[in-house]
Structure formats: structure tokens, C-alpha cells
Design a protein around this ligand. Structure first.
Ligand code: GYE
Length: 311
């Protein structure tokens, strides 16, 4: 009975909460899903969620956070587009005693008390999983890799690069021959891949593309096909997120591996916030989500599973 009473009072408490969420934009399928899952998770708990779309700009995010402070929200969620430059506005939130949760990307702040927790995957590990797969797949054969990086200055881009580089460090036959940002979008991924193909003997000198997200990989697949090569075999395609479209590409034999990232970043943050507001429970600094690799053999199952995950 006491559990039920706690649940009810927790739910009743949540109903009085208003959270402001400064979202980056909708550059990828994963991010669009994160936004819809956030709405869904808020609704389930009776929380009022206000979302501001920053259209990829940190200055818009800072404005949104200031406006949430002025509105006196109970908490602020930020998906920080880049990792630096947050201190001043976070000081303002702290002065206003509004707890801040970071979703899916991290920041570099000297004072960790500027935010309560970050809900994120281990992004270095994600890159490592991708690199380990390629090392195993090549089994000692040479492989020239081109890399599509995420948004310049984003923690996830730096981490995913680092993890992959670490994984291939012990395999000198695997080399990153070109690397450039495709800003996490399909169109940029395609454009950058086209330039890689042009520069590398019409793509014949490329053995694999490692993309920091699935959307850029999908753009790259298009570029590979237009160059008359077969993605998935002539050029292997490895990426991160596990959005339904990359599994569709796997079913067509055009992609090889993705590392899953849950779009439910808001749910754990809401739960931590409710516990904190109720009795002062301090959540862990990092609330870490799982990372699992999937290949073509699980593609259909993953497409079915993702149907009710905001995609
Ligand atoms: O992988 C990518 C997105 O920050 C973890 O941002 C997130 C990344 C995600 O746009 O698709």
C-alpha cells in the first residue's frame, strides 16, 4: 500500500511541474524522435513541457534558457549543440535556483554544480564499438576509411571520433584517409561523401565510411550509388543511432552496422527531477543509456520494435 501511496503522490507532484526544453533542432531522424518521445514521456507523467527549437544555433538556445528562467519553470532541459560557452547562462539558472539537466550531449564546465545531471550514452564507447567491428570484419586486410563527423564542437562528434580512432589504433592496415563534418544531416552527409569519392579515385580507393550518425550515412549511401558503386559491399557503411531508415538500408544490403542510441533521454531526466523535487534526492551526475550494435540480421526486428519509439 505504501508503494501505491508513493506512486500516487509522485504522480500528483509531477502534475504541478513545468519543464522548459531547449532542443537543438531537427537535423536528424534520431533528434525528431527524441522530441516526440520527450512530449510523450511528459504527458505520461502529467508534466507540462515547453519546447524551444534552436535551429542549430547556440545563441538561440541561450535565449530560450533565459526565457525559461524568466517564466519561472521548475527545471530546464538542454540538448547542448556545442560543448563550450554555457557557463554564463547556467550561472543565471543557478541563481534562479532552477535545476538544469543536459540531454544527449555534454558540456565542458569547470563548475559541475552548474547542472544537475546529463543523460547520455558513452559516446566514446559508441565509436569504439563501430571501430572494433571494422577491425574484426577486415581481419588484417587493408582498409581506407572516410569519416563523416557530426556538428563541429559537439561533444558527441569529438567522442565518437575518439572512440573509433582508439579502436583502429592497433590495426595499422586500417586508416582514416579523409574526415570532415557533415553536420549530422543527410544532405551534408551526401555532399561531403561526394567530395570524398571525387578525391579518392571515384570512390575506388575507399573501403568503408564511418559516419557519426545514421542520417549522414543515408546521405552517403545515396552518393555511393550515384557514383556507380555498391554501398554495403564496395564501400562498407558503419554508423550510430539505429533509426528505422538505416535498418531499411540494411535490408537492401546497403549498410553494415549501427550502434543504437535510445531516443528516450527525457524520461530518465523527468524521473530524476521528480525525485529531486519530492525529497531532495540528488541524481547521479551521469545517467548513462545503453549502446548496442546491430547488423542486417536484426534489421526487420528493429524496424518493428522502433514503431512505437517516436520514429
Ligand atoms: O546521434 C545525432 C543527432 O546528440 C546524440 O545528435 C545526439 C546526436 C545524434 O543529431 O543523430
Amino acid at each position: 500500500a505504501s508503494t501505491i501511496a508513493t506512486l500516487i503522490s509522485g504522480a500528483a507532484y509531477a502534475e504541478s511541474l513545468t519543464v522548459g526544453f531547449s532542443q537543438i533542432g531537427s537535423e536528424s531522424g534520431w533528434r525528431a524522435a527524441e522530441t516526440s518521445v520527450a512530449k510523450e514521456q511528459a504527458k505520461q507523467r502529467g508534466i507540462t513541457l515547453k519546447i524551444a527549437d534552436a535551429q542549430q544555433k547556440q545563441e538561440n538556445q541561450i535565449k530560450a534558457v533565459r526565457s525559461f528562467i524568466a517564466q519561472g519553470v521548475d527545471a530546464i532541459f538542454i540538448a547542448p549543440v556545442v560543448q563550450t560557452g554555457w557557463e554564463p547562462v547556467l550561472e543565471e539558472a543557478k541563481d534562479a535556483k532552477i535545476p538544469v539537466f543536459l540531454l544527449d550531449r555534454n558540456i565542458t564546465a569547470k563548475d559541475p554544480s552548474l547542472y544537475m545531471s546529463v543523460v547520455t550514452a558513452d559516446n566514446v564507447y559508441e565509436g569504439k564499438v563501430a571501430g572494433d567491428w571494422l577491425v574484426k570484419e577486415m581481419a588484417g586486410k587493408a582498409c581506407n576509411v572516410v569519416e563523416l563527423q557530426g556538428t563541429v564542437g559537439a561533444s558527441v562528434a569529438l567522442d565518437r571520433k575518439k572512440g573509433f580512432s582508439e579502436a583502429i589504433a592497433g590495426a595499422p592496415e586500417i586508416k582514416i584517409i579523409r574526415t570532415q563534418s557533415g553536420d549530422f544531416t543527410r544532405s551534408k552527409g551526401k555532399e561531403v561523401m561526394e567530395s570524398f569519392i571525387k578525391a579518392e579515385d571515384r570512390g575506388k580507393n575507399i573501403c568503408a565510411v564511418y559516419s557519426h550518425n545514421d542520417d549522414m550515412a543515408i546521405g552517403a549511401i545515396q552518393a555511393i550509388k550515384e557514383a556507380g558503386l555498391k554501398p554495403g559491399s564496395d564501400i562498407k557503411v558503419i554508423s550510430i543511432d539505429a533509426v528505422p531508415d538505416i535498418f531499411k538500408a540494411m535490408l537492401a544490403g546497403e549498410a553494415n552496422l549501427t550502434v543504437e542510441l535510445t531516443p528516450n533521454m527525457a524520461g530518465p531526466a523527468f524521473d530524476a527531477l521528480i525525485a529531486y523535487k519530492k525529497d531532495g534526492t540528488i541524481p547521479p551526475k551521469i545517467i548513462q543509456t545503453e549502446s548496442k550494435a546491430f547488423g542486417p540480421e536484426s534489421a526487420q526486428q528493429q524496424i518493428d520494435l522502433k514503431k512505437n519509439m517516436g520514429y
